[in-house]
Ligand binder design. Structure first.
Ligand code: PMP
Length: 449
C-alpha cells in the first residue's frame, strides 16, 4: 500500500479535524504517515518530513521516544485503566504529586480531564461553582481578543478567533472580550513591556466595571497560539494577578499550549512570578502521546467544595477516561525526561539557532515581524501596505505545500508561519527549517530576498 492507496481509502470514510474536506481534492494533499521517529515523520512513499509544529504542539521529546515507549509498555502490562471515582492508582497519584511540586506555589490540587478543551470546561465550571459555594452570584468570564481556549461550547465561548467561533455564536456564553496586549499592535518605537502596560488600562477598566459579575479572567500566558502566535510581555500577567486579587476575580492560566517549556521556562507564568487560581495543562503533558489534561488549583477553592454530599457543593464533573493510567504513565515518563538532562538550557541554544536560521527574513518587505518567545518562533507575512494579507488569499497554504515538497511539516496559521518543534530537534534540522521557511515565504509572497 502506498500513499495513493491510503489516501483513497481515507477520503472514502474519514472526516478530518479543522479541515474543509473539499480542499483535499486539489489544494491540500493528504499525507498518510506510516511511522515517526524523533522529529521525523515518514509517509508510505518513503518521503520524510520534519515535524516543525510538534503535531499540533503536543510532541516534546520526539515521535516513538524509547523512554516513553518503555514506560507505556510497563504500565500496559500492569493496569491500563480504572475508574477514578472511588478508586485510584499509583500513576495518577504520583503524577499529581509531581505537578503540584513543579507548578507555581499555591497550586496544590489536581483534577484530571482528557483534552485541553475539557480542562478549560473544568476550570470555568469550578470557578463559577466556587463563587456559588461562597454565596456569590457571578456568571460571566473575561478573555482577551484573539484568544483560543478550545472547541467545546464553554471553551469556544471564551475564544475570540472568528473563524472557529462565529458560526456557533448563537449557542455560546457571551464573555467580556478585552483588547489583547499582543505586541504586534504596538506603536512604533514602544517596547513590548510599555505596550503591555498601556493595554492593561483596558483590563483594569473592565475589571473595575464588571467585577461583581465576573467569575474569572482566562488568558493564554505570554503567547496566544491559535490566534496567530501573538506574544506579549510578562508584566501584563503581573498586573493582572494583582488586579484579579483586588477585584476578587479568579485568574485562569491556560498553559495547555505554552506549558512544559515552550516559552523558555517550564511554565509561562513563572516569567511573571505569578500563581494563577487555576492552571490548565494538556498537550505536552504526555509528550504528545495520549490525551490527558489537568486543572490545578489551590486549597481555598478545594475547601469551598468540601462539605456533606447533600449540600450540592461537590464538583460532580467527570469524563470516562479521567486519570487514565496509560496517559499518566506517559506523563510521568515525560517528567523523567525533563530531569534526565538540562532540557530548558539546551532549548535556549536551540531557540537562538532558530532565530538565526530565519534572520535573513528581517530584510524581507513582506515579513511584518519575526517574533519569538522561547521555543516558539513566528514570522508574519504582510502585504505591501504592511497589513496582513486578506485571509481568503491563503498565503499560508502556499508555504505549507512548498514545505511538504521539501521535507518539512509547517502548518501556518493564516499569514503566520511558525516553528514550535519537539525538543529533540538538531542543528541541521533547524537550519533546514530556516531554509524551507525562507524559500516558502518568498514563493508565497511572490518576492525574493
Ligand atoms: N487551549 C489552548 C491554549 C490551546 O492551544 C488548545 C488547543 N490548540 C486548547 C486549549 C484545546 O485543547 P484540545 O485541542 O486538546 O481540546
Amino acid at each position: 500500500m502506498d500513499n495513493a492507496d491510503w489516501r483513497r481509502r481515507d477520503l472514502d470514510v474519514l472526516w478530518h479535524p479543522c479541515s474543509q474536506m473539499k480542499d483535499h481534492e486539489d489544494t491540500i494533499p493528504m499525507i498518510p504517515i506510516q511511522r515517526g521517529e524523533g522529529v521525523w515523520l515518514e509517509d508510505f512513499d518513503g518521503n520524510r518530513y520534519i515535524d516543525a509544529i510538534s503535531s499540533w504542539w503536543v510532541n516534546l521529546f520526539g515521535h516513538a521516544n524509547p523512554h516513553i515507549n518503555r514506560r507505556l509498555r510497563e504500565q500496559a502490562d500492569t493496569l491500563e485503566h480504572v475508574i477514578l471515582a472511588g478508586l485510584t492508582h499509583p500513576a495518577a497519584t504520583r503524577l499529581a504529586e509531581q505537578l503540584v511540586a513543579l507548578t507555581p506555589p499555591g497550586l496544590d490540587r489536581v483534577f484530571y480531564a482528557d483534552s485541553g478543551s475539557a480542562a478549560v470546561e473544568v476550570a470555568l465550571k469550578m470557578s463559577f461553582h466556587y463563587w456559588r459555594n461562597r454565596g456569590r452570584r457571578k456568571s460571566r468570564f473575561a478573555c482577551l481578543s484573539g484568544s483560543y481556549h478550545g472547541e467545546t461550547l464553554g471553551a469556544l465561548s471564551v475564544s475570540d478567533v472568528g473563524l472557529y467561533r462565529d458560526t456557533y455564536a448563537p449557542l455560546l456564553l457571551e464573555p467580556l472580550v478585552v483588547p489583547s496586549p499582543d505586541a504586534f499592535d504596538r506603536a512604533p518605537g514602544s517596547s513590548w513591556a510599555e505596550h503591555a502596560e498601556r493595554r492593561f488600562a483596558d483590563m483594569e477598566r473592565a475589571l473595575a466595571e464588571h467585577h461583581q459579575d465576573l467569575c474569572a479572567v482566562i488568558v493564554e500566558p505570554l503567547v496566544q497560539c491559535a490566534g496567530g502566535m501573538r506574544m506579549y510581555d510578562p508584566v501584563y500577567l503581573e498586573r493582572l494577578r494583582k488586579a484579579c486579587d483586588h477585584y476578587e476575580v479568579h485568574l485562569i492560566a491556560d498553559e495547555i499550549a505554552v506549558g512544559f517549556g515552550r516559552t523558555g521556562t517550564l511554565f509561562a507564568c513563572e516569567q511573571a512570578g505569578i500563581s494563577p487560581d487555576f492552571m490548565c495543562l494538556s498537550k505536552g503533558l504526555t509528550g504528545g502521546y495520549l490525551p490527558l489534561s489537568a486543572v490545578l488549583t489551590g486549597d481555598e477553592v478545594y475547601q469551598s467544595f468540601y462539605d456533606d454530599y447533600a449540600t450540592l457543593k461537590a464538583f460532580l464533573h467527570s469524563h470516562s477516561y479521567t486519570g487514565n493510567a496509560l496517559c499518566c504513565a506517559a506523563a510521568l515518563a515525560v517528567l523523567e525526561l525533563f530531569v534526565a538532562s538540562d532540557v530548558l538550557g539546551e532549548n535556549r541554544r536551540r531557540a537562538e539557532r532558530m532565530r538565526r536560521a530565519v534572520e535573513p527574513l528581517e530584510a524581507h518587505p513582506n515579513v511584518g515581524e519575526i517574533r519569538q518567545t522561547g521555543m516558539i518562533l513566528a514570522m508574519e507575512m504582510v502585504g505591501d501596505d504592511r497589513r496582513p494579507y486578506p485571509w481568503q488569499e491563503r498565503r499560508g497554504i502556499r508555504v505549507y505545500r512548498h514545505a511538504l515538497e521539501r521535507g518539512a511539516l509547517l502548518r501556518p496559521l493564516g499569514n503566520v508561519v511558525y516553528f514550535m518543534p519537539p525538543y529533540v530537534i538538531g542543528d541541521e534540522e533547524i537550519d533546514r527549517l530556516g531554509e524551507v521557511a525562507i524559500s516558502g515565504i518568498e514563493e508565497a509572497t511572490g518576492r525574493r530576498l
